[in-house]
Design a binder for this molecule. Sequence first.
Ligand SMILES: Nc1ncnc2c1ncn2[C@@H]1O[C@H](COP(=O)(O)OP(=O)(O)OP(=O)(O)O)[C@@H](O)[C@H]1O
Ligand SMILES: CC(C)(CO)[C@@H](O)C(=O)NCCC(=O)O
Ligand SMILES: [K+]
Length: 279
Amino acid sequence: MILDLDIGNTLSKWRLKDADSSEIRSRGAVWTREEWRPGADIPDLDVVEAVRISSVARKAVLEETVALLHRRVGTVHVARSTAEALGVTNGYEEPGKLGVDRWMGALAGYQLAGGCCAVDCGSAITVDFVLPGGRHLGGYILPGLRLMKESLKLGTRNVAIDPDSEAEELLEPGRRTVEAVNHGIYMAAVSAVNRIYSEVCDQQGVALPMMLTGGDARVVSRGIQVPHTVWPDMVYGGLEACFPLTAAERSGRMSGAPRVPAPVALEKIRAALAFSMLL
Ligand SMILES: Nc1ncnc2c1ncn2[C@@H]1O[C@H](COP(=O)(O)OP(=O)(O)OP(=O)(O)O)[C@@H](O)[C@H]1O
Ligand SMILES: CC(C)(CO)[C@@H](O)C(=O)NCCC(=O)O
Ligand SMILES: [K+]
């Protein structure tokens, strides 16, 4: 079995993949911490022959995790942000400073679709762009939905936005505090992503396929106006592409990869942008 780990600031996601059949056997999420209890927080390591890790947590968390895994597992791959990988050149002035989860998302998006706009809706919302040809432009970081809500300190933090709620409802004026906060942060997130996408496609003269991942991807997706796809395993896709272990991975396939969304015509994006500037 292969254990894939996506250690975020808040949550750590894991998935267990069968190395022979390439099937995903189980998955889970736990709070990010320094000490993992194999068999409880993460799967029993006896069945694991290789681990792949993407981590944006504090250095100590990664060090403790890697030390624990090295004692029990033969192969431990830790992803790093580099200046170049898999045909993509990192747009950061200091490539190592780009969050490795963003780098994994950008690489997965490029491997699947060529150029892409990769949006990760987690503790932070990040939007990264890779042009056809592989130039990563850099991106945008904004607070995630939960962080925005917590920053308001209105006692509404424990009422999450229902991921099944309709975008139309969420975009209406709220008539209770909880509603006003939820609708406000939702509007902030989706209007930022919509605008960022249009601005960058306009500047670069190319309509890029958009992919969303992260804990809040589904609800954010409802407010995104352009064609896009939700890809929960996008960070894992980057790990598969960087450290291929199965036959399917070596031939470039990523588990759970969606169909590439056909982007809307650039002229339409430009017309919508021009319209929004008139308002
Ligand atoms: N059980 C949960 N605990 C915390 N957040 C959750 C939970 N379920 C869903 N969420 C939502 O997921 C978001 C967190 O996204 P994600 O699952 O990508 O993890 P994360 O570790 O916070 O992200 P990051 O990788 O950016 O640190 C929160 O904003 C929250 O709204
Ligand atoms: C922005 C987050 C927190 C998103 O998970 C992560 O990618 C990170 O810690 N990045 C480092 C800073 C940067 O990407 O510029
Ligand atoms: K993330």
